[in-house]
Design a protein around this ligand. Structure first.
Ligand SMILES: [Zn+2]
Length: 446
């Protein structure tokens, strides 16, 4: 089989749950994870007749911040729409989403793949509400499906990319970067295991060199780990290639990913937009933004990973490698900068701080920046002890501990550990280069 004959065409839909205090259209607590079922609901998020939705302003601001971080344009006019479909976890019979006027359009995000950089197009970023959760269980020996509405109407942002990915590796790198951006913004924990971030790749193959997109598209629904996305994509590329090689065209459909078998399975034929009978949400007026409002959101945004990476590298003369590791998580970058401030008063260089954090794998939640600086100072004092001084102390300790010296000469080599301890005590317990001290000791003892 000729591997070069087909080129994968891959796009992504990503759902990110926002960590706002309240839900999207009512005052219920949005933090549903681990709470007793059906305790965070009200007539609005239960879809009771006559209940009216009121949009959550913070959620809309955060959705736009995600769009801005992905270099999107923010149109001045936007609106909500109803997406109609029936499913038991959707009590209203429709989801409030956005159809033709999303909050953010036409963005891009650059990714670093081993030897090359690549721009991934962002088609749109829009706001919608999450559904309730179905729990399949057993009650009195019978199979039942239970519904928990705590998640119903939790703010959900959907990010849609252009079909710009060529393989699963590019997808994974993009997703890691997106997760990092969302966490830097502080708008979502983006915790895959808790379902804060859900992934839906769409995959098809075209004949290499052909301009137009393939006539079919296979979407894989609701994957909740980066590893499984990679596996699902690799599996689909192989499966579709085999179908194309046999002269057929893969079916346009939605598939699920079977984690245990490591393969995708057919679920249903793919629905088209017109199946949802979208129409403007009559209970929420259209939303207009002035340029000033969008500018002030832009100003309220924290420094993003790419900017922080470049700034740390430049300001502190760090290597690309060090700066990349330090900015992977915002908490590490903040910790580093705090330590640099403290270190300045003690002549500890940023480079020493970066090395210590990275090489010693410092847990930034357990060691205070000031403690880290102390640690660096005490280790560098090892070199500061004068050789002659050290020799004198070694001789003194040997004179004072004849029993340990005798033990050593009689083959009890562990006595050397005791002697090193005594030397350290004479130097007010500062950290010693024990290999160096051991060598001096051995020279005197033999
Ligand atoms: Zn509610």
């Amino acid at each position: 089989m000729d591997d070069k004959k087909y080129t994968p065409v891959i796009g992504l839909e990503i759902h990110v749950e926002l960590k706002t205090k309240s839900k999207m259209f009512c005052g219920c607590l949005a933090d549903y994870f681990g709470h007793k079922p059906n305790t965070h609901c009200c007539p609005v998020c239960l879809g009771l007749p006559g209940a009216l939705p009121v949009p959550n302003k913070t959620a809309i601001d955060w959705c736009i911040m995600i769009g801005l971080a992905l270099n999107c344009k923010i149109p001045n006019f936007s609106k909500f729409d109803r997406k109609n479909y029936f499913y038991p976890d959707l009590p209203k019979g429709y989801q409030i989403s956005q159809y033709d006027k999303p909050f953010c359009i036409d963005g891009k995000l650059e990714i670093n793949v081993d030897s090359y950089k690549k721009l991934i197009g962002i088609t749109r970023v829009h706001m919608e509400e999450d559904t309730g959760k179905l729990i399949h269980s057993m009650v009195d020996g019978k199979d039942v499906s239970l519904i928990d509405f705590n998640r119903s109407s939790v703010p959900l942002v959907e990010i849609v990319t252009e079909p710009d990915f060529k393989n699963s590796k590019e997808v994974k790198i993009f997703l890691q970067k997106l997760q990092q951006v969302v966490r830097y913004l502080g708008v979502s924990n983006a915790d895959m295991e808790k379902g804060d971030m859900r992934l839906e790749p769409n995959i098809s193959l075209k004949i290499t060199g052909e301009k137009s997109l393939p006539k079919y598209k296979v979407e894989v629904k609701n994957i909740n780990s980066f590893k499984f996305v990679e596996k699902a994509i690799d599996f689909e590329i192989k499966r579709q290639k085999e179908i194309l090689e046999s002269g057929e065209t893969p079916a346009q459909e939605t598939r699920g990913f079977d984690e245990k078998k490591g393969k995708t399975v057919s679920q249903r034929s793919k629905e088209e937009a017109h199946d949802y009978r979208y129409f403007p949400e009559p209970d929420i007026p259209p939303i207009k933004f002035t340029d000033l409002e969008i500018d002030s959101l832009k100003k309220a945004m924290p420094e993003l990973p790419d900017e922080k990476f470049k700034r740390l590298q430049k300001e502190h003369s760090l290597s690309e490698y060090d700066s990349e590791i330090l900015t992977r998580e915002k908490s590490t970058a903040d910790y580093f900068e705090e330590a640099v401030k403290i270190g300045k008063d003690h002549n500890v260089l940023p480079k020493q701080i970066a090395n210590t954090i990275i090489n010693k794998k410092i847990n930034v939640n357990n060691v205070l920046p000031a403690e880290l600086i102390k640690m660096i100072i005490s280790t560098t004092q090892v070199a500061a002890i004068d050789e002659g001084e050290l020799e004198k102390i070694v001789k003194m300790v040997l004179d004072e501990n004849p029993k340990a010296v005798e033990d050593y000469k009689n083959g009890k080599t562990q006595a050397i550990g005791f002697l090193i301890g005594m030397i350290s005590r004479k130097l007010n317990n500062i950290k010693l280069d024990s290999q160096k001290v051991k060598k001096i000791l051995e020279r005197h003892l033999n």
